[in-house]
Design a protein around this ligand. Structure first.
Ligand code: C5P
Ligand code: C5P
Length: 435
């Protein structure tokens, strides 16, 4: 794939010689870090460009794009090839989502699904593209690590990801996957949405009981951070956590990535969560600004992040109390009770909680004005292809759909809510019979 990236980077330079570039990227951590990597690269090259962050790539949006610009899609686009082919513009796509249809003559696409299927984030690809444009861009590798962690690809490191990690000169430690590993442990535990601990997550009394039970006490009036804990303290803490959840040791232990951003050592998971939080509360300009290392962005992002964590805890509580469980699936039909931008995160957290059997399909739905946002996930590592499941359910419905095997989403017109839910349930049941 490296060869194709080099080819695409050369073509990109040629096509953008005298043209303005429009970067269009997805609003989650992977999309934001991709946009930041490319924006910083283009700035160094003295290119004229603008950035647009979107939560979905809708056909109506594509139709209205300025025909004079070179379009660069990041972390999205692979599902809209037909629509993009109709444009007069030169189009570049750097994405890792599944591809539907064929690319038109105007479109150059960098996507691992075309080659060896190695798992890599869009920010990882954007970084490799940036390095192909100028090998001196290694300082942008840290952002690619944040995107990689944001897309949960930090567990098993593939070859390409390993190259990025090496370029980033980061510190990797094995430890408990509760973040931030760099700040006092009681705070990290209270908001531990990465590992949902019943009676502890969102419950500060529960946090203190857990710490007491694990023999962890304040020193000089302060709790230590995770990376400062002694080995025996850490191992007792892990035992106490495992007693409270259905998780296994391998779910709660993993690599902690410590990166440098704006001269500060940060837990990549925390940064990823913070970027995500800003975007999902409609402040993607702040998440981008944080990745561009603009002054004051960190403070603003932190205060939005606090609000987001409160929203998330109440969304998880809502989901717990209102879920509909069927054979092999769980549906959370949240309507206006969970924000459309957070329903995917709720579904992701449930899918990782081990509350449900491996392969259970988790569906979350929530209203977004005249549309319904649908997010689908698979519990555990194996199961059916949820992108195919949603595409099947959308066959007779007018709307956008996309994603990958384990995570997919779609937008359904509200007027077709009942029709969609009926087809979806049928699809969910059919597969159970087949198995
Ligand atoms: O690929 P996309 O970034 O837009 O993914 C969004 C969500 O899908 C994230 O919450 C991520 O955890 C989840 N995901 C997953 N498995 C993958 C890729 C993404 O669960 N292989
Ligand atoms: O929105 P959600 O987090 O549920 O999306 C899951 C995955 O599906 C993500 O990778 C997202 O980028 C993708 N997706 C897509 N097209 C859509 C909706 C979601 O490619 N219309």
């Amino acid at each position: 794939m490296k060869k194709e990236i080099v080819y695409a980077s050369k073509l990109f330079l040629e096509k953008t010689k005298s043209k303005q570039i429009k970067i269009i990227s997805h609003f989650d951590t992977d999309g934001i870090t991709s946009a930041a990597i490319i924006a910083r690269t283009l700035k160094k090259l003295d290119k004229r460009f603008s950035v647009k962050i979107v939560k979905n790539l809708e056909n109506e949006f594509i139709k209205k794009l300025n025909t004079k610009e070179v379009l660069l899609f990041l972390d999205l686009g692979s599902g809209s090839l037909e629509e993009l082919e109709k444009l007069e513009n030169s189009v570049f796509i750097i994405d890792h989502h599944e591809i539907t249809g064929n690319a038109g003559e105007n479109t150059t696409i960098i996507n691992p699904h075309l080659f060896d299927e190695e798992e890599i984030s869009a920010s990882g690809l954007s970084y490799l593209f940036s390095k192909a444009l100028d090998s001196k861009n290694k300082e942008l590798a840290n952002l690619a690590v944040v995107g990689m962690v944001g897309d949960m690809l930090g567990k098993e490191i593939s070859k390409l990801n390993n190259e990025i990690i090496e370029d980033a000169k980061i510190i990797i430690k094995k430890g408990l996957l509760i973040y931030p590993a760099t700040r006092p442990i009681h705070k990290a535990l209270e908001y531990s949405s990465s590992i949902f601990i019943p009676g502890v997550t969102g419950n500060f009394k529960g946090v203190f009981n857990l710490l007491k039970e694990s023999g962890i006490e304040k020193e000089n009036g302060k709790y230590k951070s995770l990376i400062e804990l002694e080995e025996t303290e850490l191992s007792k803490l892990i035992t106490s956590i495992l007693m409270r959840t259905k998780q296994k040791t391998e779910d709660v232990i993993g690599n902690i990535y410590l990166i440098k951003l704006s001269n500060r050592i940060e837990d990549a998971r925390e940064l990823s969560a913070m970027i995500n939080a800003c975007s999902r509360l409609n402040k993607s300009e702040i998440s981008l600004s944080l990745c561009l290392e603009n002054k004051n962005a960190r403070k603003k992002a932190e205060s939005i992040y606090v609000k987001y964590k409160q929203h998330l805890i109440s969304a998880l509580n809502y989901a717990e109390q209102n879920k509909i469980e069927g054979k092999g699936y769980v549906i959370i039909n949240a309507k206006n009770q969970i924000k459309d931008t957070m329903i995917g995160t709720v579904a992701s957290i449930l899918s990782m909680s081990r509350e449900y059997k491996e392969g259970t399909v988790i569906i979350g739905t929530s209203y977004d004005h005249e549309k319904i946002k649908v997010s689908a996930r698979i519990s555990g590592r194996n199961g059916r292809n949820v992108r195919e499941l949603l595409s099947e359910s959308m066959k007779t419905i007018h709307g956008e759909c996309g994603g990958h095997q384990k995570a997919a989403g779609c937008l359904v017109p509200k007027s077709q809510e009942n029709q969609f839910m009926e087809i979806l349930k049928k699809q969910l049941e059919v597969e159970v019979v087949k198995i």
